[in-house]
Ligand binder design. Sequence first.
Ligand code: GLN
Length: 493
Amino acid sequence: MRVSRVSAVSLARSVSRGERRSIDLVREALKAAEDLAPLRPLISVVEDAEQQASIVDERLRAGERLALAGVPIVVKDNLNVRGTRTTCGSRALERYVSPYTATAVHRLQAAGAVVIGKANMDEFAMGSSNESSAFGAARNPWDASKVTGGSSGGSAASVAAAMVPVSLGSDTGGSVRQPAAFTGVYGLKPTYGRVSRYGLVAFASSLDQVGPFAAYAEDLATTMDAMAGHDVLDATSLQAPNRFVEALGAGVRGMRFGFVREALGVGNSASVEAALERTRTLLESLGATVGEVSLPTLEYGIAAYYLIATPEASSNLARYDGMVYSRRAAQGGDFNASMSASRAESFGDEVKRRILMGTYALSSGYYDAYYSKAMKVRRLVANDFARAFESFDVLITPTSPFAAFGVGEKSSDPLSMYMADVDTVLVNLAGVPALSVPAGFDERGTRLPVGVQFIAPALADERLISVAHALELATDREFVDARPPVEVASLDA
Ligand code: GLN
């Protein structure tokens, strides 16, 4: 099966001109979702998607001008969409139906997008492979024996397989960027606060950000212009003008790029090193200057991240006690017995491991040794970035040290799974924006995409769009236009 890849911007244009109708685009996307079902990119299909599309067609007939007119999208299943199930990839919320819509999603709907599905994800966004999803792991469209990456694996796969041109994920330590790299699409983690978290189910509130996936830089830009910005419903959201579409075409001439020394060489696959090298040559040919920079705290990133993310998670997940929203165990008994039984049968192993780790790190006697020390490291990470940005406009690392790994390859070894995020977690600790750009292929077995990560200072998210767009043009769209050879019929096994 080959679904043709067309940008969201050109789809919106043809719908706005009346050449196509939203309802037809949505029907095509729903058909693609059906064909791709063996890859499990979605946890559920939005039942009233066609109705929503008719409403958009109606709005257009009434003369509204919409940047994403009629464009089908999917959103990660930890983003609330009114009237849809929002499971967070967990049995705990298997039957939870959202009574309201997340701001990020609402703004895209206001711009004309139609949500057709809720994407598969690691349970409560905890994971780097999608394998902790209670509904079965999404598979990589480039090779179904490989993981999609995670935790926003379903959102990445949906764009990679061209079911939809744009999707939303959430990124706490790499969950948008890493699956984007594994599936060959763009994945943006905006500056902390740039996109409202209202309606995003919390994992680690001081690190979580909603971010888009897209195949083309212009789609990322259009999505961010529609979605970013202050929201009275999220006290951590920032006031900043959106200039994403304006940033297209700005080029990289004179921009100073710093390759992060600690992320180069050892530990990276040859294909990732080759992608970095090619990126360096391309940037130089476009008139940018390229150097090297040190982020000494990179080696402490994973340790600090897990000592900050898991305490926040242990607190955020306390609400799933089987009393109000989440699954309640059949077993009766008093409050404690019922709650323990409900949590024991609701959560998977990874979520339980995180709750235990986080509770331990916060407990009296260990707080100073673990949580409070990690918070000090977090400050040092921010200082490292501040220093690096004195001499460079954009920093570069691999998104992941390697291409997609095999399903089951790391699932019994949590530490090696955690290490997959070595290049992405620092960005969340510092709150800065970063973008994974498709930058090459690993050709050792099946052809698999690899990504390069660009990191900008806080609120300079637009700069990342300029970089992506310049590289897209300079490579003649070689990497973004590459499509996986999805042979869905053979995926049933
Ligand atoms: N893989 C990381 C984790 O498991 C990051 C997850 C995320 O960004 N949501 O915590």
